[in-house]
Write a protein that binds this ligand. Sequence first.
Ligand code: AMP
Length: 176
Amino acid sequence: MDIIKDSIRTIPDFPEPGIQFRDVTTLFNNAQAFRMAIDMLLHPWTGERIDKVAALEARGFIMGGAIAHQLSVGFVPIRKAGKLPGPRLSEAYTLEYGEAVMELHEGAIAPGERVLLVDDLIATGGTCEAGIKLMRRQQGVVVGCAFIIDLPDLGGRTRVEALDTRVHALCEFDGD
Ligand code: AMP
């Protein structure tokens, strides 16, 4: 039994017809699966220096906060446009369903800081690419990207690896 994959619920046709929404709230709701997921997300980076954990709004924050706590490092939110109150950098990107802009507070990453980027799921990789670009615009070094779910048919891993960035995901689902 795969406790991680089996604890993820699929909601068909959400938020649009044809999308199979992979709902990780059922994983977060399961104490054993949540704890195991946090440990497994950290495992590949053992021995790497990580100075900050950055996560993508919104579900990435739930894992990112737990991972930052576990590593005793700072946490940096990458938020959708218009949410961050201070001076910020913006990156536009294309999502599996629609277009969006991600933002980062100026100075949230110091030059040379080594960052682990976290989100619940990688689909086309557009959101993750925007996050990597925001880190690099602050001269941050992205150590790697950690996801619970990869949708390999959508090519996100290939897109992110083409940016010279390591990708690790705990499970895969076919299709989109
Ligand atoms: P992408 O930029 O295409 O890699 O999309 C990744 C972002 O969209 C992540 O923040 C996911 O939470 C969300 N997302 C995309 N597709 C799905 C899906 N099928 N189920 C759940 N979340 C998704």
